[in-house]
Design a protein around this ligand. Structure first.
Ligand code: FES
Length: 66
């Protein structure tokens, strides 16, 4: 699903970048993907996806340790 229509960025790209580059902030994500550089309407949803992905990674790390 497209999150950023201006830059044609999908939720999958955001999730992949978060995992691959170990992004922990919107600022860090924006160094990899040009999300939110135009109208900015996608910022809120991008933050939500980033937070979901970070939570998922945290849970996976916890499961690996256990
Ligand atoms: S929808 Fe992302 S910058 Fe416009």
């Amino acid at each position: 699903m497209y999150v950023c229509l201006c830059e044609a960025i999908t939720d999958k790209q955001i999730r992949n970048a978060t995992r691959k580059y170990q992004v922990t902030s919107l600022k860090g994500l924006r160094q990899i993907l040009p999300v939110g550089r135009e109208c900015g309407k996608c910022i809120k949803q991008t933050r939500e996806i980033l937070a979901e992905e970070l939570l998922r990674l945290e849970v996976l790390c916890t499961v690996d340790v256990a």
